[in-house]
Design a protein around this ligand. Structure first.
Ligand code: NDP
Ligand code: MG
Length: 387
């Protein structure tokens, strides 16, 4: 039995993880959850999966749960970070799933990196903002990171779970193109929130769905891949593949290209990662119908190369640039979702904020939090100047 601590249990990745656990309850056990505001969903998870621990920063939200469960038997509710650290390190946990969204996931991912356990990583923003801290910390504490972002999990599978990338000549990260596939950025100023949130292939949380619409998600994934596979950004090519069937491709020096395919369903990479490279878990999912399959590929759109090149600059410059790129994007997306800026102003907020924040080379985790904060203030100023 593998015992799981699920950080971000009430979100979209949380849903997929819980479904995989439910389908494999003889092998997987939910020991603990962390969430933020969705008490209704947290209660239903607690009722269904009976975890031993539930963590939430908000005492008020824990009280709602406690009152509802009428001092429930057998669950410990807590909001204390040091207790969370204790739980992350506890022998009752085998696998930690990092699925809190955005920079808010950094603190727990950093704590998990010090646990010596296995982290299943969805929270790409923590790698973008602090890859130079998280990866060495995980290495120091012998913590294994297995990606569940579909592209990175695909690369992981194509590399045959080998960490040795010596024979790799190129890695292609596929992008669906999102809801505005084949549309020029200049034609997107009037798009509505509803249109931007309407992803054709994936049902995800709102922040990542907007990232997919701007294609900034691919930029974050490029940086994420650079760190997770410890390769120079030049190895990675971004290609649009509208059907989201091939999740990434590894091309080897001898000309062989190996890809991983599935219908777009996050339960597939999650169940692969949860199998821990032992025998595959059973999953009730829709198989690809190959006889009716029509796969197409196209170049990454030229008018999004500027933002992709900024991500490449982040990969090469490192230091504080990933923290700034991530924070500027988070502020921009939040303002778009709050109807403060139009869709294509998201790019302007990123570029202008990025230019305004000076580069810091030597950074630690405290510096990252400080730079993140400073960037958010600057990005808000940029938003104001644009409205
Ligand atoms: P959602 O917005 O659906 O869920 C976010 C989760 O994080 C919720 O459980 C939320 O709790 C929780 N949360 C947010 N802030 C805190 C906090 N401070 N403390 C504890 N919990 C917190 O996001 P997604 O599931 O879509 O995405 C999660 C992560 O996975 C992101 O980093 C995303 O980039 C990545 N990812 C997602 C994919 C997807 O298919 N959704 C695909 C690949 C990567 P609550 O709801 O209770 O407020
Ligand atoms: Mg992805």
């Amino acid at each position: 039995m593998k015992n799981i601590l699920l950080l971000g249990a009430t979100g979209s990745i949380g849903d997929s993880v819980l479904n995989v656990i439910k389908q494999n309850s003889n092998k997987l056990n939910l020991v603990g959850i962390a969430f933020q505001s969705n008490t209704t969903k947290a209660i239903s998870i607690i009722e269904e999966f009976a975890p031993d621990y539930a963590y939430c920063e908000s005492k008020a939200n824990l009280k709602i749960i406690n009152d509802y469960l009428k001092k429930s038997e057998g669950i410990e509710l807590f909001n204390n970070k040091s207790e969370l650290q204790h739980l992350l390190n506890h022998r009752s946990i085998d696998i930690i799933i990092s699925a809190i969204s955005g920079f808010s996931g950094l603190e727990t991912t950093f704590m998990a990196a010090q646990s010596g356990k296995i982290i299943l990583l969805a929270n790409k923003e923590s790698i973008v903002a602090a890859g130079d801290i998280i990866l060495p910390t995980a290495k120091k504490y012998n913590t294994e990171i297995i990606p569940i972002d579909s592209e990175h999990n695909a690369i992981f599978q194509c590399l045959n779970s080998e960490k040795n990338t010596d024979d790799v000549s190129k890695i292609i990260i596929t992008a669906s193109g999102g809801p505005f596939l084949n549309k020029k950025v200049d034609d997107l100023s009037g798009v509505t929130k509803k249109e931007a949130l309407n992803h054709p292939n994936w049902k995800m949380g709102s922040k990542i769905t907007i990232d997919s619409a701007t294609l900034v998600n691919k930029c974050l994934e490029l940086i994420e891949a650079k760190y997770l596979f410890d390769l120079n950004e030049e190895y990675f090519e971004l290609v649009v593949h509208p059907q989201s069937i091939i999740h990434s491709i590894v091309t080897y020096k001898d000309g062989s290209s190996i890809c991983q395919m599935s219908n777009p369903d996050m339960r597939v990479p999650i169940s692969h990662a949860l199998s821990l490279e032992e025998s595959r878990l059973s999953l009730n999912f829709s198989e690809i119908n190959f006889s009716s399959l029509n796969l197409t590929f196209q170049e990454f759109p030229k008018d999004r190369l500027e933002i992709a090149n900024l991500a490449r600059e982040v990969c090469n410059t490192r230091g504080s640039t990933g923290t700034v790129f991530n924070a500027a994007n988070e502020v921009a997306v939040e303002n778009f979702l709050n109807d403060k800026i139009t869709f294509n102003k998201i790019y302007d907020v990123i570029y202008r904020t990025f230019d305004a924040i000076p580069l810091s080379k030597d950074i630690d985790i405290e510096a990252i939090h400080e730079i993140d904060n400073q960037t958010r203030i600057e990005a808000q100023k940029v938003v104001k100047s644009l409205t």
